[in-house]
Design a protein around this ligand. Structure first.
Ligand SMILES: Nc1ncnc2c1ncn2[C@@H]1O[C@H](COP(=O)(O)OP(=O)(O)OP(=O)(O)O)[C@@H](O)[C@H]1O
Length: 575
C-alpha cells in the first residue's frame, strides 16, 4: 500500500489536492443546508418577512446546485486519477512479470500472477477512486455534522457523541477480522483460476478419458471453498451496517426524547430539532460510507500487498550482477558446461556435475528418460535459472557476465509446448523481430512447412489461439521456422520433432546440415533416430551424465544408451 500511495499516486498529488478542495467546498454546501433550514423555520418564517424568506430560499437553491456541480467535477477528477494510476501500475506489473526470474514465478505460481494482474489491480483501482470520492466527503460530513450539531444544541450533541465510540469500535473490530479473510479469499481465487485454466487447456484429454465428472467434482470443491471464504468475509463486513444502524437509531431515539423535553421547556426550537435530525442522518450516512470504505480498503490492502510482492520480486536483471568475465586457462571451446549442478527447489538434485563441450557448428543430441534433466540443461544455458555450482561458458565467457539480451539473442529455440499466437503465420514466425517476409518463407521452407502453409491459404493466413486449427506436427513446423528465421548462432530444439513423421524429421535434419552448418545445434529428443547422426550425444539419467560420445562410441561404452537403442530399434541397433 505504501508504494501505491508514495510512488504511484505521487504524480497525481496536485490533481488530487485540487479535487480535494473542490469536493471539500461541495460538501460544505451540503452541510450548510440543514442549518439554513433551521434558521428559516425558527427565525425567518415566524418574522413573516416574505422577501427574506425568498432570499433564504434562493440561498438554499444555490447551495444545492453548487454542492451537486462541485461533487460531479471532483468525482470525474477522482475517476481519472484512478484510471491513470492503475494504468501505470498494470504496466509496471506486466513488465515485471515478463522479467520475473523463473524461480520467483515458480514460487508465486503463474495463475496467481494472472489474478494479481487482473482482480488485484481492479481492487486497487476501486480503492483509489472511492477514497478520493467518499474518503474526502464522508469524514468532512462526519466532523462537520458533529460541529454543526454542537452549534445547534450542545446538550443533544453530547448524546450523539456518546454513540460514536461504540461505532468506531465496531468498524475497527470488523476490519481487523476481515482483512486476513480477504487475503485468504484471494488465495482461494488463485487456486480456482489455476484449476479453470488447467481444465480449459486440457478439455480434450478430460473428454477423452471421460473425466468430466471427476473434474466437475474438483471444480465444485474449489468453487465451494471460494464461496465459503467469500461468505466468511462478507458476513464479517455485513455486521457493520446493521450494528451501526442499531446504535445510531438508539441514539436518535434518545435525541428525540431529549429534544421534545427541551422544546417543551423552551430550551430549544422545533427547527433546531429538525435540523439536528437531518445532521444525524448525514452523520449516519457518513459513518456507513466510512465503514464501506474500510471494506474496500481491506480488500485493496490485501491486493496491494500481493502486487507489491511481485514488484519487489527478484527479476532477471539482478542476474547480471553475477561474477564478472573470467579468462580461462584451459583449452577453450565455443560452448561449455563446466561441472554444473542445479536444483530447482534446493532439495532435489536435478542436474549433477554436468560437463560437456561443443565447438562452433557442432551438433549435440541429449537423450534420456523423462525427468532426467534434458530440458533443465537448456533452462540453465538460457539463464532461466542459474546453476548452484559450476560454470556455463559461451565463447569462453561465463554466461553470467553477459547481458541477458546479448545471451538470448544468440539462440533460436523451440521448447516443449511452445505457444502459437492468434496471429498470422508470418507474425508467428517473426514474433516482432526484424525479419523480412522472404526470410520467414525461407525459414518455413527449412522447417518443411511450406506445403501445409499453401493449403491454409498462404503465410498471411491467421492462426487460431494456441494453433487450434493446426495439427501437432504442423504446429511444430511453425515453431521450428520461428527458431530458424533469425539464423541463430545456437539452435535448441527441445523435443520439437516428436510430432513430425520420420520422413519430415529426416528432411529437417538434412536442411539443418545443409543450410545451418555454422549453427551450433542442441537437439533434445526421445527418438534415437533423431540424434544418432549428430557429432555428440549426451545420455542423461536422473540428472547425471551416464554416457557421452558418438552413437558408435556409446553403443560400445554406455549400457543405458544401448538399452534405449534396443528398445527403439531392435537388438542390432538398426531400424
Ligand atoms: N520448475 C520446476 N520446479 C521444480 N522441479 C522441476 C521444475 N522443472 C522441472 N523440474 C524437475 O526437474 C527434473 C528434470 O526435469 P526436465 O524437464 O529437465 O526433464 P526432461 O528430461 O526434460 O523430461 P522430459 O523428457 O519429460 O521433458 C524433473 O524431476 C522435474 O520434475
Amino acid at each position: 500500500m505504501k508504494r501505491i500511495i508514495t510512488y504511484y499516486l505521487k504524480p497525481y498529488y496536485l490533481r488530487m489536492t485540487v479535487g480535494f478542495f473542490i469536493k471539500f467546498s461541495g460538501t460544505l454546501m451540503d452541510l450548510f443546508l440543514p442549518w439554513t433550514l433551521a434558521r428559516m423555520i425558527d427565525m425567518v418564517i415566524p418574522a413573516g418577512k416574505k422577501e427574506e424568506i425568498f432570499l433564504w430560499g434562493i440561498f438554499m437553491l444555490v447551495c444545492s446546485v453548487l454542492a451537486v456541480t462541485l461533487s460531479i467535477i471532483a468525482n470525474r477528477m477522482a475517476s481519472r486519477v484512478a484510471s491513470d494510476s492503475i494504468f501505470t501500475i498494470r504496466e509496471d506489473l506486466f513488465r515485471k512479470v515478463m522479467i520475473l526470474s523463473n524461480r520467483q514465478a515458480d514460487e508465486i505460481t503463474r495463475p496467481s500472477l494472472i489474478s494479481r494482474l487482473t482482480s488485484d489491480t481492479y481492487n486497487v483501482h476501486q480503492m483509489i477512486g472511492r477514497i478520493q470520492r467518499l474518503g474526502v466527503r464522508s469524514p468532512i460530513l462526519l466532523v462537520g455534522g458533529i460541529i454543526m450539531t454542537f452549534l445547534l444544541d450542545p446538550v443533544l450533541a453530547c448524546i450523539l457523541l456518546g454513540v460514536l465510540p461504540l461505532l468506531t469500535a465496531v468498524v475497527i473490530g470488523v476490519s481487523g477480522k476481515s482483512i486476513p479473510q480477504f487475503t485468504q479469499l484471494q488465495e482461494k481465487v488463485d487456486g480456482f483460476v489455476r484449476l479453470i485454466r488447467e481444465d480449459i487447456a486440457g478439455i480434450r484429454v478430460i473428454k477423452a478419458l471421460s473425466k468430466e465428472d471427476f473434474e466437475r467434482e474438483r471444480f465444485d470443491q474449489h468453487n465451494r471453498e471460494v464461496v465459503d471464504w467469500e461468505k466468511r468475509a462478507t458476513v464479517t463486513t455485513a455486521i457493520i451496517n446493521p450494528v451501526m444502524n442499531l446504535f445510531l437509531n438508539m441514539g436518535l431515539v434518545c435525541v428525540i426524547i431529549a429534544g421534545a423535553y427541551r422544546v417543551n421547556e423552551g430550551l430549544s426550537k422545533v427547527g433546531t430539532i429538525l435540523a439536528f435530525m437531518t445532521y444525524f442522518t448525514i452523520i449516519l450516512n457518513a459513518l456507513m460510507s466510512i465503514s464501506r470504505m474500510f471494506v474496500i480498503v481491506s480488500k485493496a490492502a490485501a491486493s496491494a500487498e500481493r502486487i507489491d510482492r511481485v514488484l519487489k520480486g527478484e527479476d532477471e536483471s539482478s542476474f547480471q550482477l553475477a561474477p564478472a568475465l573470467k579468462e580461462k586457462e584451459k583449452e577453450t571451446s565455443f560452448l561449455e558446461f563446466d561441472h554444473v549442478s542445479f536444483s530447482y527447489d534446493g532439495s532435489g538434485n536435478h542436474l549433477r556435475d554436468i560437463s560437456f563441450r561443443m565447438e562452433k557448428g557442432e551438433t549435440l543430441g541429449i537423450i534420456g528418460a523423462t525427468g532426467s534433466g534434458k530440458s533443465t540443461v537448456v533452462n540453465l544455458l538460457m539463464r532461466y535459472y542459474d546453476p548452484d555450482e559450476g560454470t556455463i561458458r559461451i565463447n569462453e565467457q561465463d554466461i553470467r557476465a553477459m547481458s541477458l539480451k546479448d545471451l538470448r539473442s544468440r539462440f533460436g529455440t523451440v521448447f516443449q509446448n511452445d505457444v502459437i499466437f492468434e496471429e498470422s503465420i508470418l507474425e508467428n514466425i517473426r514474433m516482432g523481430r526484424n525479419i523480412s517476409e522472404k526470410e520467414a518463407v525461407d525459414a518455413a521452407g527449412y522447417a518443411r512447412a511450406l506445403d501445409f502453409i499453401g493449403e491454409k491459404g498462404g503465410i498471411s493466413e491467421s492462426l487460431n489461439i494456441r494453433g487450434a486449427n493446426l495439427s501437432g506436427g504442423q504446429k511444430q513446423r511453425i515453431l521450428i521456422a520461428r527458431a530458424l528465421a533469425a539464423h541463430p548462432e545456437i539452435l535448441v530444439l527441445d523435443d520439437s520433432s516428436s510430432a513430425l513423421d520420420y520422413k519430415t524429421d529426416s528432411q529437417l535434419r538434412r536442411e539443418l546440415k545443409e543450410n545451418f552448418s555454422h549453427t551450433t545445434c542442441i537437439l533434445i529428443a526421445q527418438r534415437v533416430g533423431s540424434v544418432m547422426n549428430l557429432d555428440q550425444i549426451l545420455v542423461l539419467d536422473e540428472g547425471a551424465v551416464i554416457g557421452q560420445g558418438t552413437h558408435e562410441e556409446l553403443m560400445k561404452t554406455c549400457e543405458g544408451y544401448r538399452e534405449i537403442v534396443t528398445s527403439q530399434m531392435g537388438v542390432g541397433g538398426n531400424v
